[in-house]
Design a protein around this ligand. Sequence first.
Ligand code: ADP
Ligand code: MG
Length: 513
Amino acid sequence: MGKTVAGLAVAVAAVACAGAVVVVSRRIRERGQRAKCLAILEEFRTACATPVSRLRQIVDALVVEMHAGLASDGGSRLKMLPSFVDVLPNGDEKGLYYALDLGGTNFRVLRVQLGGKEGRVIKQEYEEVSIPHRLMAASGQELFEYIAKELASFVNREGEGFRPHGNQKRELGFTFSFPVNQTAINSGTLVQWTKGFTCDGVPGKNVVQFLEEAMAKVGLQMKVTALVNDTVGTLAGGRYWNEDVMVAIILGTGTNACYVERADAINKWNGLLPRSNSMVINTEWGNFWSSHLPKTYADEGLDADSVNPGEQGFEKLISGMYMGDIVRRVLLKMAQEADIFGKPIAPKLMQPYTLSTPHMSKMHGDETHDLRNVAKVLKDAFNISGTSLTVRKIVYMVCEVVCERGGRLAAAGVVGILKKIGRDGTGAGAGGQPLSRSSSAKNVSSRPRRTVVAMDGGLYEHYGKFREYLQQATTELLGEEVAKNVLIELSKDGSGIGAALLAASHSPSQKNL
Ligand code: ADP
Ligand code: MG
């Protein structure tokens, strides 16, 4: 009997000991996994580093590419497209103008009654209309007729307070956010559809002609005065309120930038030089690339799996469509090599684009002590639950690295453009034409020149830490003194009203004001 009790005690001790061994070995394993995750994180952080010396190399590379793109067609990955916008709105515009903004799943129609310097925007109305999915694959005629019909019905509801100037025909600015070969301020051919559109018969044709024919067919009397890209619309919308706006940048799903260039610096320009000697250039900077840009295995994988490998390299590092997926790719490596979320690997973690940039910014904005928003996003995006605080901290850090790199690289882009137009404080370059009909001596004053960069896009608007990194790196690159005179400002939805304002500033009827 005594023997049995003693045996039992030994057995219990053995079990307890085995339990302790399991706990200890699990801890050792966890520690090993955590060390491996941290090593992956550190390796990634190093590969993403953007010290100011590197940013300066990127600034200089961008300036070189901008020069090359202006010198000849195909001279650079930067297309540097002349927009034919040689007059920006300055507040003098009067009358009724319409705008149509076609950029993706929706289009917006807008009307604005302009009252000159005194009255400014007297009245404004807009509507958003969704594009039925089937029309994205219909014929070009069908698509444009649908748009013209919706526009006509909006015009028919024009109420009190909206009046064309004199006997001016109604005029329209058309924001068309697809790649266009512009041939005049109010004409341009579609290079190719993007964003899921496949409407037959439009590529290679003048999109304004399509729209005008459709308007005629539905009995709408209206003239297209300006065809613009959304970046150019944003520049015009910003400039209307502030004559120091020289650059406009979109940081949304994708990214692009435009700026005011001296027309005689556009070597590839064959036309007459405009009277203002200025021209807005659409850089199409999403396609910028330089060997100085930090590229990791995650970026290489993302590019290889994308619909446009080898293209839009800068966009893939800094824009809203991609940053979330870069984070996912690093987490996947941690899952595969260090078992960060346990086994088996969640199928959604292996699936591209399951983690969006809004997801990423939600995790990165998590200020709770137990990072419960990180946990919630991991659950929502990947169906991963039960993570430890340590794991959530690592996930947070991956977001931080990707965001910091994106914001700082975007800053190098901003400063590259400022350098090209001589507004970076180094005295190089020479730009800064006022570019309005009433360009006057007041612009040539002794005060330090202020430069405003108009920003639009959901990424910039909603991702606070991205905005902070962008601002901080811009200040580092410019130095405090110069940075004081460079303002980066949100110019929300400027592109719609900007197109109406460009229709006004390019309208023949404005000449008589
Ligand atoms: P688009 O660029 O398609 O014209 P927006 O300018 O509205 O549209 O930008 C939308 C993009 O902005 C989204 O695709 C997303 O990547 C990004 N975005 C929106 N909200 C957030 C957010 N809270 N945090 C980070 N990025 C965001
Ligand atoms: Mg947009």
